[in-house]
Design a protein around this ligand. Structure first.
Ligand code: ADP
Ligand code: MG
Length: 695
């Protein structure tokens, strides 16, 4: 078992295993459940459960769990063993169809945003047969959705599956108009994951990394990432060993880990998988993050998934590559060979442009977390303003359609959708524009604002739903037209005219662009508290309700959960900072200045009138910083107490944004200055230089 094709997917109850182990009619039922969302009956479920258990036990499993993603975004599991008492002292290993299909779960400790209080205290988990079961740490994990008893989604998977269904429904209407035979479309996702790897010993000495996942203090080392020498650089042996083992573990779990390389910042790396169906890509991304952390431990490392572990060097994100594919494998965002195929491509392309423009707020919300606020707009990640990069070639096609002019200066033929073949454009001419938050990259769109620690579900739920809405509006129009080609042409032309403001092919990091974006009326929602209130806007609730992705209560609940999460995160950071300051940082700085003071006294005792200006200045400076910071801590503590008393979550989040974060930043800059003045012997924590460059 040492060849990759032999062990790839060896811990997955996949199609191959099912084909081997299930009676033919049950296997067919599973296929229908996967491909056509048909329900499985209990008899079939019993047969599958038994086969699954036998396979799992043969592969060393003793327990099973319903594996799900509550609204916290991290996966949850509750292990139950297969054992069942038999006779007087014996046991057998059992697993029933009922246990496979549905699990009871006490939901009371998971965030529900009020859904539980209004409905039912308990929730249940329901098997998602479209994502294969797998074995992790001797536990058979069954991917499931998690709902309240009244059917309200308490997780990320339920709305993701609903959004895929919504998009499927509307895309099929459009394909039908083009005469394409297709039973099902699927959205596909490839999620590139960035992360940091640092030494475990350094990690264990830093309370901020342990409690908050990021450093709250730390002066810049002499060298950062300015030489770009880490990007794609040679991988250090310990990291290479980590990556090798990571790949092997992920491959066993059927995760299509494809590319591993160093990223821009020192100690930063990236893993890119081959793309797959959205909900599987989401499950796999969760698994990838979990396995990364586990394997890192084995190598004496810690994997940091936080969006901004270190000030002054790049943070980590995820790139969500997204497309739509028919059941015969045709990528609908791939320009075609014939005029008709091209027209179809353009329509789907325009549907995305329209969706992004109409629902900029939702896309921004889908990536909003306290951690990601450190990246967006910070000259390293895309700005908080959403725009679409389409590249020069497509831009000239769009311009030609809008202006009814020739595309090619030589040809001078009028660009007519559905009649003329689109000029071929080379994939690579769709430029490597790295500064755009949402870029067309030849045959897919790449949404680049996602944070590294978050689930990719939120972004894909929004993406699928808003594109479904564009397609719906198109289908509603086109289905009643006599002259389809004419109507199609006009529709595409109108989309370009109405929505071209969202297209921007230049440098997204440029301040001029932000000013220009404001002129164009685009939203610039800088922080999480800025954007979350938009979630409950009537237009957004209507969107989710009409496509049956979220009910009004579910939207409100999510808004509550996300806002609450923001507040809690900042509160934990503030409390951690205070703890570090009072227990370690101020005492260390103070000790060092006292040490200098004693030195001054000693020196003066030896030589009267000696020049001690260096010592005196440093001592005074450090002493002043301690006094000033201590006063600031008292102010911060007072604020934290009064903010805690605020009931309204949104109002609370504004206070954290406007009072707590600025105070913490101010304190940090003073402490970072003190770090540069304090002897290394006295500094209580591993420095940036030590962590990032091992100096
Ligand atoms: P890069 O962004 O580094 O140029 P690629 O364009 O090859 O790399 O791919 C980036 C990611 O996009 C990979 O995870 C890849 O699997 C994914 N991807 C490629 N085609 C599609 C598609 N049709 N749908 C979704 N993701 C895709
Ligand atoms: Mg990319």
């Amino acid at each position: 078992m040492n060849k990759v094709p032999d062990y790839f997917g060896s811990l997955v109850f996949n199609d191959k295993v099912m084909k081997e182990r299930l009676p033919e009619e049950v296997y067919t039922q599973v296929q229908k459940a996967i491909n056509e969302s048909k329900r499985l009956d209990l008899n079939a479920a019993n047969v599958i459960a038994s086969a699954m258990k036998d396979w799992a036990v043969e592969n060393g499993a003793t327990h099973f769990t319903h594996w799900f993603q509550p609204m916290t975004g991290v996966t949850a599991e509750k292990h139950e063993s297969f054992i069942y008492p038999k006779g007087n002292d014996g046991i057998i290993m059992e697993f029933s169809g009922k246990e496979l299909v549905k699990g009871e779960s006490d939901a009371s400790s998971f965030p529900s945003g009020g859904l539980r209080a209004t409905f039912e205290a308990r929730g249940y988990t329901a098997w998602d047969p479209t994502s294969y079961a797998f074995i992790k740490d001797s536990v058979l994990c069954i991917p499931t959705a998690f709902c309240s008893y009244s059917g309200q989604a308490l997780d990320q998977k339920t709305p993701l599956l609903r959004s895929m269904e919504a998009l499927n429904k509307q895309a099929l209407r459009i394909l039908n108009l083009f005469g394409v035979e297709c039973v099902n479309i699927k959205t596909t996702v490839g999620a590139e994951q960035e992360y940091f790897l640092i030494d475990k010993n350094d990690y264990k000495k830093r309370k901020d990394l342990i409690y908050t996942g990021r450093t709250l203090f730390g002066a810049k080392p002499p060298k950062g990432q300015e030489l770009d020498d880490h990007y794609y650089g040679a991988i250090k042996p310990r990291v290479a060993a980590f990556m090798k083992e990571l790949d092997e573990e992920l491959w066993k779990l059927g995760v299509l880990a494809k590319t591993e390389h160093n990223e821009v910042a020192p100690s930063q790396h990236e893993l890119a998988p081959f793309f797959t169906t959205s909900n599987i890509a989401s499950d796999h991304n969760q698994l990838t993050m979990e396995i990364m952390q586990k394997i890192a431990e084995r190598h004496g490392l810690v994997c940091l998934l936080h969006e901004k572990p270190f000030e002054g060097v790049n943070g980590s994100g995820k790139h969500n590559n997204w497309s739509i594919t028919t059941d015969s494998g045709v990528n609908l965002l791939e320009p075609g060979e014939t005029p008709y195929e091209n027209a179809q491509f353009l329509l789907f392309f325009c549907a995305v442009i329209k969706a992004v423009d109409d629902y900029q707020d939702l896309l921004r919300i889908s990536v909003a977390t306290a951690g990601n606020d450190h990246r967006l707009g910070a000259n390293e990640a895309p700005p908080a303003v959403i725009s679409v990069f389409v590249g020069d070639d497509i831009m000239s096609i769009l311009n030609a359609i809008e202006n009814e002019s020739g595309y090619d200066a030589k040809e001078k033929v009028q660009m007519k959708v559905g009649v003329h073949v689109l000029p071929r454009f080379a994939k690579d001419s769709t430029d490597r524009n790295r500064t755009s938050p949402f870029a067309f990259t030849g045959n897919k769109f790449e949404f680049r604002m996602l944070g590294s620690a978050s689930t990719i579900s939120s972004a894909n739920i929004v993406l699928n739903t808003i594109v479904a809405q564009s397609l719906k509006s198109y289908a509603d129009r086109l289905e009643n037209e006599d002259n389809f080609e004419e109507a199609l042409h006009n529709l595409i032309k109108k989309t370009i005219t109405d929505h071209k403001r969202i297209i921007f092919n230049g440098n997204g990091y440029d301040d001029e662009w932000i000013a220009e974006a404001e002129k164009r009326g685009l939203l610039n929602l800088k922080t999480t508290p800025d954007c979350l209130p938009y979630l409950k806007n009537e237009k957004n609730i209507e969107l989710f309700e009409s496509h049956k992705v979220f009910s009004r209560q579910e939207v409100e609940a999510r808004c509550e959960v996300y806002t609450d999460n923001y507040c809690k995160t900042i509160n934990i950071e503030a409390l951690t900072a205070i703890n570090m300051l009072k227990k370690d940082l101020l005492p260390s700085i103070s000790s060092y200045s006292a040490h200098i003071a004693r030195g001054i006294k000693d020196k003066e005792a030896v030589s009267n009138g000696i020049n001690v200006s260096y010592d005196a200045e440093i001592m005074k400076k450090l002493n002043d910083i301690c006094n000033y910071v201590y006063d600031e801590i008292k102010i911060l503590e007072k604020h934290l107490i009064s903010i805690d008393r605020i009931d309204n979550a949104t109002e609370k989040s504004f206070k954290y944004r406007d009072i707590v974060i600025p105070l913490m930043n101010e304190i940090r800059s003073l402490i970072d200055e003190a770090e540069t003045l304090t002897s290394s012997d006295y500094w209580p924590y591993p420095t940036y230089g030590k962590i990032l460059f091992n100096t």
